[in-house]
Design a protein around this ligand. Structure first.
Ligand SMILES: *[C@@H]1O[C@H](CO)[C@@H](O)[C@H](O)[C@H]1NC(C)=O
Ligand SMILES: *[C@@H]1O[C@H](CO)[C@@H](O)[C@H](O)[C@H]1NC(C)=O
Ligand SMILES: *[C@@H]1O[C@H](CO)[C@@H](O)[C@H](O)[C@H]1NC(C)=O
Ligand SMILES: *[C@@H]1O[C@H](CO)[C@@H](O)[C@H](O)[C@H]1NC(C)=O
Ligand SMILES: *[C@@H]1O[C@H](CO)[C@@H](O)[C@H](O)[C@H]1NC(C)=O
Ligand SMILES: *[C@@H]1O[C@H](CO)[C@@H](O)[C@H](O)[C@H]1NC(C)=O
Ligand SMILES: *[C@@H]1O[C@H](CO)[C@@H](O)[C@H](O)[C@H]1NC(C)=O
Length: 381
């Protein structure tokens, strides 16, 4: 009980901070319709083969000695948060690695290794090999933790000091990647300067994280399932995707401020009123009742998701379940980013990031709950 309560508290706090950041940063956001062309289907030519040492830059011994590392760590010791938290932590550390001139590495082993699902780009090879680790100072048992404390990470302690270990392990879900990019703009490449929150996230993420074929083939399978109606296709809004996070998992009755399940009919009415009646519908949710409602309402127009939705930090005891559930979270988020229309929930990092990654910055709607039974919906562009 205590654990779940704490989780609820942090979900709310993090979400409030996000909402504040999102709203506060609105006037500065410069979004364009054509987005970073690094799309999830982009080819593999710039991806390094993990086992192929020949594509590693050849460093002289001198250079190797000077190289310092910044490691995003998510292991079984303590919570790292959900996929949204992890993505924020990775992006924040990516930006700090550019500022502090450290090589970024990513170690996610809990509940399930990330490497079968995401792989690095050639530009930023974040896989830490045993070879690289050998002889480096800096131990995992000195991992610094910045969970729900972001400012100290980039503003209070001087982690740029030359005295700091060659390998700096950090566990964080830092929400402030935009303030970091703004504060240290002069140390950053042009693609991160004077950008809004969505652009900073997308430009960073797509430069480091490439979904593997295993994940992409699942996304493509869903994307091509069901019946694609040609009239619906002509409307440009053929595939309508929704992410509804309720935070109301089974037997969890107190309120974390998620989407109210009783309001779901109103959302279906909105979809009916705005999009083609033969469009396909994809709904990712943590609530079985909402899923059942969507399936019974849309029948064969419903193409998913069917994934179980379990918080990664609570699945560490069953690896089979954990890996399957992680994989479906990765698949669902990518799926959401590929739809013609995206309706996302403004209090979920998972959902917000799906909107940031959306290939085209259009037909994006956000929803926010007003009370235990109502919500409001805003067109974002
Ligand atoms: C792969 O990407 C490279 C550069 O990113 C591009 O030059 C090439 O044409 C692409 N190949 C395919 C098959 O898409
Ligand atoms: C390593 O990569 C290079 C260039 O991409 C390729 O020519 C070579 O066959 C690869 N070697 C192995 C062992 O996979
Ligand atoms: C960390 O682990 C090393 C051995 O790997 C040990 O020598 C050291 O005392 C540990 N440090 C702390 C702070 O526990
Ligand atoms: C980090 O330290 C280096 C060397 O002292 C210095 O040149 C650089 O400006 C510092 N960067 C930041 C962000 O403080
Ligand atoms: C929820 O409660 C029911 C009835 O008490 C129980 O059978 C079920 O196992 C519980 N589910 C979980 C996930 O704890
Ligand atoms: C779908 O829309 C078309 C055109 O607006 C209409 O003729 C048709 O009856 C609708 N079908 C259903 C099942 O509502
Ligand atoms: C782990 O989860 C899988 C999939 O839900 C299930 O089939 C299996 O029985 C579970 N194993 C244990 C030890 O609980």
């Amino acid at each position: 009980m205590a654990t779940t309560k704490r989780l609820c508290w942090y979900v709310s706090l993090v979400s409030i901070i996000i909402s504040m950041v999102v709203w506060n940063s609105k006037p500065y956001i410069t979004e364009s319709l054509s987005r970073n062309p690094v799309d999830i289907t982009s080819n593999m030519s710039h991806v390094k083969n993990e086992n192929n040492q020949s594509v590693l830059p050849i460093l002289s011994k001198q250079e190797k000695k000077k190289e310092k590392y910044l490691v995003y760590l998510c292991d079984e010791k303590k919570a790292c948060g959900g996929w949204g938290d992890r993505q924020r932590g990775i992006v924040s550390l990516f930006i700090l690695s550019l500022v502090w001139k450290r090589t970024l590495k990513i170690l996610i082993s809990s509940p399930c290794d990330i490497k079968p699902y995401y792989k690095p780009t050639k530009e930023y090879n974040w896989i830490f090999t045993e070879e690289e680790l050998k002889g480096l100072k800096g131990k995992r048992n000195t991992t610094l933790e910045f969970m729900h404390r972001c400012k100290p990470l980039y503003d209070t302690y001087n982690l740029n000091s030359s005295d700091i270990a060659e390998v700096l392990y950090i566990k964080t879900n830092c929400v402030s990647f935009l303030p970091i990019a703004q504060k240290y703009a002069k140390f950053l490449p042009a693609y991160l300067k004077n950008k809004g929150r969505a652009s900073v996230f997308r430009e960073s993420w797509n430069r480091i994280m490439i979904p593997t074929d295993k994940v992409l083939s699942e996304v493509m399978k869903i994307e091509s399932s069901g019946v694609i109606n040609s009239d619906a296709k002509k409307s440009g809004k053929e595939l309508v995707c929704v992410h509804l996070r309720t935070y109301l998992t089974e037997n969890l009755t107190y309120d974390c401020g998620g989407f109210p399940p009783v309001a779901v009919t109103k959302l279906w009415n909105f979809i009916d009123g705005h999009f083609h009646n033969k469009s396909r519908i994809f709904v990712a949710t943590d609530h079985l009742g909402i899923r059942k409602s969507a399936i019974s309402k849309y029948g064969t127009r419903y193409i998913g998701s069917y994934a179980s939705n379990v918080h990664p930090d609570s699945m560490r005891s069953n690896l089979t379940l954990a890996c399957r559930s992680q994989e479906s979270a990765y698949v669902d988020q990518l799926m959401l980013s590929k739809c013609d229309v995206l309706i996302y929930y403004r209090k979920s990092g998972f959902s917000i990031h799906a909107s940031y990654l959306k290939t085209e910055w259009r037909n994006i709607y956000s929803i926010m709950r007003n009370s235990k039974s109502t919500f409001s919906l805003v067109k974002e562009n």
